[in-house]
Write a protein that binds this ligand. Structure first.
Ligand code: ATP
Ligand code: MG
Ligand code: MG
Length: 348
C-alpha cells in the first residue's frame, strides 16, 4: 500500500509523517480541532471529532495501514476501523488507557509495578494510603500525561487537600529510585523485535526534562530484565510498531511505571543518534517493511525538551556544533508545554 493514516495530530504525528514521506508514503492524519502540528506535514488531514463516523470512514477508505501517535484514541474509534490494517492493535490501547489495567497486565506477565490500589471514592483513598503508606501519588486511571491528573501526597493530612474523586483513580506508593529509564522497542508484522538503547530519563515536576545516554551502571544492569518483560508484553499484545515501557531503576531491580503504545519522547534522540530512528522504524513496521538497525551511533547523547518559553531562544543553540534542533510549530508556548527538543551528540 502507499497511504498511511495517523490518528492524532501532535508532534509525534508530525515526526512520523516526516519519516513516512521520506519512505515514499502519502500520510493522512485525523484528529479533532486543536493545535494539530502534524497537519502541515501530512498530505491530507481530517480535522473532525472522533465521533464523526462518516469522516472517519472517508479517512479509513484512503489508508492502506493506520497507526496512531496518541494513546487516548477512543476504543469505539478503534472498533470502527479495519482491524487487519490497524497497527498497533486495539488491545494495546485498551490496556494502556487505564493505569490499573496496564499494571495488572504487566504484573500477570511477571513484571513488578509500584504498590497500588484502585480509588473511586474518598474512603478508598484513605484506605489505600493507610494500607500502602505515604508518601504516594494519586493518579487518574485515564487521560493523564506530563504529570497532569496527579497529586503527590506526603502524609495522611494531604488527603484533605484532594477534592472530590470525580473519576476513577489509583493511589501508588512513592517508589524510591536511583534513576528512571525507558525500554523502547519496535515489533514488526513478523513478530521480530528490536530494542534501542535505554536512556536515563530525568523528569522535573512529572514532565520529561532530558534523556541521557549512556544511562549509567545502575540502569545498564537492569535493562536486560526490563527488556525481557517488555518483549513479553509486546508478544502478548501481538504488537506492531514502536512500544515504550517506563521503569524505575531501584536497588531491588526494575519497577514498571507505565507503558505508551507509541513512539515516545524519551526516544527523540534516536532521530540523529541511532542508525534507524523510532519514527522511521515505526513507519516501516506499520508498512510491513524490513526493520532497520537500532544501534546508537555515538558514545554520548543528550536530548533536552524545550518547554514553554525555552523554545523562544532555541535558534541560538544552533551556534554549537552537533546540536540538532526540532521545533514543533505549536502556536502558543503555554507553561509546561513541549514546544520542541534539542539533541546534543558527543562523537568521541
Ligand atoms: P508521561 O508524560 O510519561 O505519560 P504521565 O503523566 O503518564 O507521564 P507518570 O509517568 O505516571 O505520568 O509519572 C510522571 C513522573 O512522575 C514519572 O516519570 C516519575 O518521575 C514520577 N512518578 C510517577 N509515579 C511515581 C511513583 N509511584 N513513585 C515515584 N515517582 C513517580
Ligand atoms: Mg503516561
Ligand atoms: Mg510517564
Amino acid at each position: 500500500g502507499s497511504t498511511i493514516g495517523i490518528l492524532g495530530g501532535g508532534q509525534l504525528g508530525r515526526m512520523l509523517a516526516i519519516e513516512g514521506a521520506r519512505l515514499g508514503y502519502r500520510c493522512v492524519g485525523f484528529a479533532p480541532e486543536g493545535d494539530n502540528v502534524a497537519a502541515p506535514v501530512c498530505d491530507d488531514f481530517f480535522t473532525n471529532d472522533w465521533s464523526d463516523r462518516p469522516a472517519l470512514a472517508a479517512f479509513a477508505a484512503q489508508c492502506d495501514a493506520i497507526t496512531l501517535e496518541f494513546e487516548n484514541v477512543p476504543l469505539a474509534v478503534m472498533d470502527a476501523l479495519p482491524s487487519d490494517r490497524l497497527f498497533p492493535p486495539r488491545k494495546a490501547l485498551e490496556v494502556a488507557q487505564d493505569r490499573l489495567a496496564e499494571k495488572r497486565f504487566v504484573a500477570d506477565l511477571g513484571g513488578r509495578p509500584a504498590p497500588h490500589a484502585a480509588v473511586d471514592s474518598r474512603a478508598d483513598l484513605v484506605a489505600a494510603m493507610e494500607q500502602i503508606g505515604t508518601p504516594g501519588i494519586l493518579k487518574t486511571r485515564g487521560e493523564g500525561y506530563d504529570g497532569k491528573g496527579q497529586w503527590r501526597l506526603r502524609d495522611m493530612r494531604d488527603a484533605d487537600g484532594v477534592g472530590a474523586i470525580s473519576q476513577p483513580a489509583i493511589y501508588e506508593g512513592f517508589v524510591t529510585f536511583e534513576a528512571e529509564f525507558s525500554v523502547i522497542l519496535v515489533r514488526g508484522q513478523d513478530g521480530a523485535i528490536r530494542f534501542w538503547d535505554s536512556s536515563r530519563n530525568i523528569h522535573e515536576d512529572g514532565i520529561l526534562n532530558a534523556s541521557v545516554l549512556p544511562a549509567g551502571e545502575m540502569v545498564e544492569r537492569q535493562v536486560e530484565e526490563a527488556r525481557a518483560l517488555s518483549r513479553q508484553v509486546a508478544d502478548a499484545l501481538r504488537y506492531v510498531g514502536v512500544l515504550t515501557l517506563e521503569f524505575f531503576a531501584t536497588k531491588d531491580g526494575p519497577v514498571f511505571n507505565e507503558m505508551a503504545p507509541r513512539v515516545h519522547n524519551s526516544g527523540h534522540w534516536t532521530i540523529e543518534g541511532a542508525a534507524t530512528s523510532q519514527f522511521a522504524n515505526h513507519m516501516r513496521a506499520v508498512a510491513g517493511l524490513p526493520l532497520g538497525v537500532t544501534d546508537t551511533i555515538a558514545p554520548q547523547l543528550r536530548m533536552e525538551n524545550l518547554i514553554g518559553a525555552e523554545a523562544n531562544t532555541a535558534h541560538e543553540l544552533l551556534g554549537e556544533p552537533d546540536v540538532h534542533l526540532h521545533l514543533y510549530g505549536k502556536a502558543k508556548a503555554r507553561d509546561g508545554r513541549k514546544m520542541g527538543h534539542v539533541t546534543r551528540i558527543t562523537r568521541a
